[in-house]
Design a binder for this molecule. Structure first.
Ligand code: ADP
Ligand code: MG
Length: 463
């Protein structure tokens, strides 16, 4: 069975199980009349189900009566929101001149119907997501400092670490941490005036205030907060007017001892196109990094998340997955979702073999892309040295260091052993590799710049 087939099967079984639930929930006649005739195609990543209905009348009815139910069910079965799109079944070509098979072009324009957006409970005004809390944020050395600082702020805003600037790569839990601060503060001091906002949304608020001449309201709103959580501030780059407004809000909030927490994909001085005075404000409280989670933390996250989904992930399976899915937590969650869905639909116990089957695509991509040779070439390009210097015995620092970095990445990103890596680096001893791995690993914790370069290299290698 190819990977593609297995995805399609997964989609089919998701839809089948949705139908089975509907058959149980609905009176038989309703089910037979409205649901049974529906056709459905599930997108390969299971994020969308397109449902085909015979005509417009039926479509309106299904939409009004069943769409929400279907989308809620799918979400429950799959474990995350699935977009449900209703559309009218394309008519079969009536003449033989039409191109065979690919009849999908015939129905798009006027007959397709606005997709039904996944249902979300109305977002509260503070935009805090109540499901992202400290309780379900696994702690590990990768996020220990950031988490501790965040907890401190949640219980005593306006004191230490103001502003708190959290940076790190995608999917490492920055947004989660922000919401956790908001939730904790709201539960301890329910009347607090808190706002979570993504920097892009902040930009658009500024633009709106401009257009509608409502700057007074805008200021009133922002300047009266007790806690401002602003996510992904790298998006403020090049937005001069927004940066100015942010600077004003910043000053006003700090003056009245309100707290500000920010996140970004890089440390303040690494932010391009943000005014110097803002950058120095960003850096004036506490700046902490969130690192990619180490193996044990990845294992703990998998086990915890499976548990909260009502499933049990055996430790050996968690280790297998955690060893193979390394880059970030979001990817880890995606892998878990696939495994749980695969196990549920096929009614099989979660085992290493099952994990292997359900993650086939992902594992194939990893195996294909990351080889030691690839790492050597990428690192050499990055530091502008010759690839040959990766194997040479030359020792000047501008060569030795990139070589150590490449060894470190080879250990982190491939399954090769230390002696194998040594061999690929011009027949070096495994202790030389070990030394490099430890050295770069330790320095990465201390040096923001090195850490950043490693992130870039890792992202490049992962493609
Ligand atoms: P970022 O904002 O850094 O890109 P997110 O906060 O969106 O990352 O995290 C991505 C996903 O991983 C979210 O679903 C989040 O709940 C989850 N996550 C991240 N870190 C942890 C952790 N330490 N424990 C549990 N879940 C985590
Ligand atoms: Mg985020």
């Amino acid at each position: 069975m190819s990977a593609q087939d297995s995805q399609t099967d997964l989609g089919n079984s998701l839809w089948q199980s949705c139908l089975e639930h509907l058959a149980q929930d609905l009176p038989e006649q309703q089910f037979n009349t409205w649901i049974k005739p529906l056709g459905a195609i599930v997108s390969p990543d299971l994020s969308k189900v397109t449902i085909y209905v015979a005509n417009r009348f039926k479509l309106d009815w299904v939409r009004a009566q069943y769409a929400v139910k279907i989308s809620t069910l799918l979400e429950k079965l799959y474990g995350q929101a699935v977009l449900v799109e209703l559309t009218i079944t394309p008519r079969a070509p009536t003449t033989t001149t039409a191109s065979p098979v690919s009849t999908f072009t015939g129905f798009v324009a006027e007959e397709s119907i606005e997709p039904l957006e996944e249902r979300r409970s109305a977002t509260p005004k503070n935009r805090i997501n109540p499901s992202l809390t400290f309780e379900n944020l696994v702690e590990g050395s990768a996020n220990r400092m950031a988490r501790a600082a965040a907890m401190h702020i949640a219980s005593m805003p306006g004191h230490l670490y103001n502003p708190l600037f959290i940076y790190g790569g995608v999917g490492l839990g920055k947004t989660h941490l922000m919401h956790a601060v908001g939730n904790r503060l709201l539960s301890e001091k329910p009347g607090s005036n808190v706002l979570y906002i993504h920097a892009e949304q902040f930009v658009s608020d500024v633009v709106k205030a401009y257009q509608r001449k409502t700057f007074d309201e805008f200021k009133e709103r922002y300047h009266s907060l007790d806690l401002l959580l602003i996510d992904d501030v790298q998006f403020l780059a090049n937005k001069d007017r927004t940066q100015e407004e942010f600077f004003n809000a910043f000053e006003a909030l700090l003056a009245k001892k309100s707290h500000i927490v920010m996140t970004s994909d890089t440390y303040p001085k690494g932010l391009p196109d943000i005014h110097e005075r803002l950058v120095s404000r960003f850096d004036s409280g506490l700046t902490v990094a969130i690192e990619p989670p180490e193996l044990e933390m990845r294992v703990a996250i998998l086990i915890n998340k499976a548990h909260s989904e009502g499933s049990i992930m055996p430790e050996d399976v968690a280790f297998f997955v955690a060893k193979n899915v390394r880059s970030n937590v979001r990817e880890l969650e995606g892998a878990l979702r696939k495994i749980l869905a695969y196990s549920k639909f096929n009614q099989k116990e979660i085992s290493i073999q099952l994990a292997r089957d359900s993650l086939r695509d992902l594992l194939a991509i990893q195996n294909r892309q990351i080889s030691v040779e690839n790492i050597q070439k990428t690192v050499a390009d990055f530091y502008k040295i010759k690839v040959a210097d990766m194997y040479s015995q030359r020792r000047p620092n501008n060569i030795a260091r990139p070589r150590q970095i490449a060894m470190y990445l080879a250990k982190e990103m491939t399954q090769k052993s230390l002696p194998e890596i040594g061999e690929l680096f011009g027949g070096r001893d495994h202790t030389t590799v070990l030394h490099a791995v430890r050295k770069i690993g330790a320095e990465r914790q201390q040096q923001a710049e090195l850490n950043q370069q490693l992130h870039v290299l890792e992202q490049t290698l992962k493609g």
